[in-house]
Design a protein around this ligand. Structure first.
Ligand SMILES: [Zn+2]
Ligand SMILES: [Zn+2]
Length: 334
């Protein structure tokens, strides 16, 4: 039947083409106006319509205390041959175990073991699952609150200069933090932390950094700890790293002209929402992790105003934020 219809139409050729164009037009406008319930429609929606739409779902938050902290002391100086300095900052007495050249597959299996078999809360538990698939192991005692530098290195006789080309089968360094005292293990939700660290070598000269930080909980779950992107932090980073450069002195001069000190600007940056420039930033947008909206502006946005990524979920940094007051940024409170 449709074939017959098309054949008849084709005989009256101008009508045929007009119909084809018309059908295409209808389908395209259908896509644009969102008749087919696909994810294209947002193009034409304006802010008034966004009001009536269901607001982005808000994630349920649970606060847990993390006893572990780990920083790389001087990332620029770290290398496979010269080793790396780590600064653990822990709330309890801990044990830092460094596994150089740890098998990627075995480590992922260890995380799965934590989920389904037994908790990975001590170096022995981890090693039971790694089956010795690492090149070198070092163990250090970490004192409570003691921010002492710990230096770790591959033994010089290993003669290793790189971990091969991508995709790699071994992580350069895995730092494993565990609680030393049995009572502490009972009192914290988080029982251990696995940090996977990239260290530049002959093949890959990308700067040294922590690639993943897995927090392992006593309920047999693990979470990948991620950084939040806040404008206040960016500003501070910039101001510390560029403090000697000419740009920064020029900036300071400018600020003095307007009667502002650098601290004022940092505070302002810390509290200003990127949209209304007035409210305190409070909402973390997921999955992009930008922290740029205040309580009032959140409901108007289905896309992140910084990176335009679709916001799937969001959660507040503080549940009751008091605008104005002391101007401290929410991130400093915890
Ligand atoms: Zn705002
Ligand atoms: Zn974003």
């Amino acid at each position: 039947m449709p074939t017959l219809f098309l054949a008849t139409l084709y005989e009256y050729s101008p009508l045929f083409y007009i119909t084809v164009v018309f059908v295409c037009f209808v389908v395209t406008s259908g896509f644009v106006l969102g008749w087919f319930r696909l994810d294209v429609p947002v193009i034409l929606r304006n802010s008034e319509e966004a009001d009536s739409l269901s607001v982005v779902s808000k994630k349920q938050m649970r606060q847990v205390k993390n006893p572990f902290g780990l920083d790389i002391t001087n990332p620029d100086a770290a290398s496979i041959t010269s080793g790396i300095s780590l600064t653990p900052n822990c709330l309890e007495n801990c044990m830092l175990t460094c596994y150089w050249g740890c098998s990627v597959q075995r480590l992922q299996e260890a995380l799965q073991h934590h989920l389904y078999c037994f908790l990975i809360k001590s170096p022995t538990a981890l090693e039971n699952v790694l089956y010795g698939e690492y090149l070198h192991k070092e163990q250090h005692v970490v004192q409570k609150h003691g921010k002492e530098e710990i230096y770790t290195q591959l033994p010089p006789d290993s003669q290793l200069e790189d971990f091969g080309s991508l995709p790699r089968t071994h992580y350069p360094l895995v730092a494993f933090l565990t609680l030393s005292d049995e009572e502490d293990r009972e009192s914290y939700d988080i029982v251990s932390m696995l940090a996977v660290i990239h260290i530049p070598d002959r093949c890959y000269r990308l700067p040294c950094r922590i690639m993943y930080q897995y927090l392992l909980t006593s309920q047999g779950q693990f979470y990948d700890l991620k950084q939040l992107f806040m404008s206040a932090n960016d500003y501070q980073l910039q101001s510390t790293s560029d403090s000697s450069s000419q740009d920064s002195t020029a900036d300071k001069d400018l600020l003095e002209k307007f009667g502002l000190s650098e601290e004022d600007v940092q505070e302002d940056n810390a509290k200003d929402c990127v949209v209304c420039q007035n409210g305190t930033v409070n909402w973390v947008l997921l999955p992009c992790r930008h922290v740029c909206l205040c309580d009032g502006c959140l409901r108007y946005f289905q896309h992140c105003p910084i990176c335009r990524q679709f916001v799937q979920e969001s959660f507040p940094l503080c549940s009751q934020s008091s605008p104005t007051s002391d101007g401290s940024s929410p991130i400093e409170e915890d």
